[in-house]
Design a protein. Structure first.
Length: 115
């Protein structure tokens, strides 16, 4: 799968944003060819780069907001979404009790004998 295909599959990437990213990449390649010697092109590149980053941030925020709003007040759905987004598969009850006691004693300041 190419980089372009991966980018197109990301949620929130609109065709306008995709075109802006392509423009940014094209400007970057041009800057590399001239070894960043053209100050005007560098300023143009930075302006487009910052715009792309800002638009990506807004797009990501809107996507996550819509996902959480879709869960409503169902906490099970919210946690399922959090686990999906973070790709976290670790469950708290999968840790052995000895490890949990060690972590707990470190955070509370009460040294307990584990054994």
């Amino acid at each position: 799968m190419s980089r372009t295909q991966r980018l197109a599959q990301k949620p929130g990437i609109t065709s306008d944003l995709y075109k802006l990213i392509k423009t940014k990449n094209m400007l970057y390649r041009a800057l590399i060819r001239c070894k960043f010697g053209n100050e005007q092109e560098y300023k143009r590149y930075k302006k487009i780069r910052n715009k792309v980053n800002h638009q990506l941030e807004i797009s990501k925020r809107k996507y996550y907001q819509s996902q959480f709003l879709g869960c409503g007040n169902d906490s099970a759905k919210v946690w399922k979404l959090i686990n999906t987004l973070t790709k976290s598969q670790v469950k708290i009850h999968s840790y052995p009790n000895k490890l949990l006691n060690t972590i707990n004693s470190q955070h509370t300041g009460n040294p307990e004998k584990n054994g």
